[in-house]
Design a binder for this molecule. Structure first.
Ligand code: C5J
Length: 232
């Protein structure tokens, strides 16, 4: 077992700070991920997102074992759509818009089956679940208060989709002063090109808004968080 808190990340190693790190799991919702759901109805290849589930389940388990805070987010809206601006609502194919009936209930509506997180990644009792009406996890949510209250300064960022909600959240977290390590095999895009370029954009220019490493690099460092610093 490694005894280093340091993740071999790009563009530079990323040192986990005990007690300061949280894992954020963005929008691993049935509407985006499951076959026959909203994402697939838009013509997307959901296999690109489904393949994120096993490594992410392993990362979440490692975070829980290490005592790391795990935060989940869900993109969605009130049943009356009062928190969904027309600019967002009136987009996409008619009859497949937010609030319309889909295979897993009304699309991206809070309380519907499709809005909730896939069974394999279900939040554990006591874990924070942030309901967000936008792409970013800070907009119109309590996320900043949660992180401040817990003394968090670093985020391990995971979830879907890489170029949309993962990017929006990571960019804003970076602006708010958080060090963000995006876990490459635990984020997913429907589009392989966007996945590749999305990850490159994060770590370009000396890590313009974060670091990137895969879960095989992160999990040993998480395990080491349970090791006294004197042995690291
Ligand atoms: C999108 C998301 N892609 N969670 N949402 O609309 O990235």
């Amino acid at each position: 077992m490694t005894t280093s808190h340091e993740v071999p990340a790009e563009p530079t190693p990323f040192r986990l700070v005990p007690g300061k790190t949280a894992l954020i799991v963005i929008d691993m919702q049935r509407d985006f991920i499951l076959p026959g759901g909203f994402g697939e109805s838009l013509g997307n290849d959901v296999d690109q997102l489904l393949k994120v589930v096993p490594p992410l389940a392993a990362l979440i388990a490692a975070a829980r074992d290490a005592g790391i805070m795990v935060i989940h987010t869900r993109e969605g809206h009130r049943p009356d759509l009062s928190d969904c601006p027309p600019a967002k609502l009136n987009r996409g194919a008619p009859s497949q818009r937010i609030g319309d009936p889909g295979k897993y209930g009304r699309i991206l509506i809070r309380g519907e089956y499709g809005h909730d997180i896939v069974d394999e990644l279900a939040p554990a009792p006591g874990e924070v679940v942030i309901d967000k009406p936008g792409k970013g996890a800070f907009y119109a949510t309590e996320l900043q208060d949660v992180l401040t209250g817990a003394g968090i300064t670093q985020l391990l960022v995971t979830g879907v989709t890489t170029e949309v909600c993962v990017h929006t959240t990571t960019r804003e977290a970076n602006d708010r002063g958080y060090e963000c390590l995006v876990v490459s095999d635990c984020v997913g895009s429907y589009f392989p090109d966007f996945q590749r370029i999305g990850l490159e954009m994060i770590k370009a220019q000396g890590g313009i808004f974060g670091w990137v490493a895969d879960s095989a690099a992160v999990i040993p460092a998480l395990a080491a968080l349970g090791t006294p610093l004197s042995q690291v």
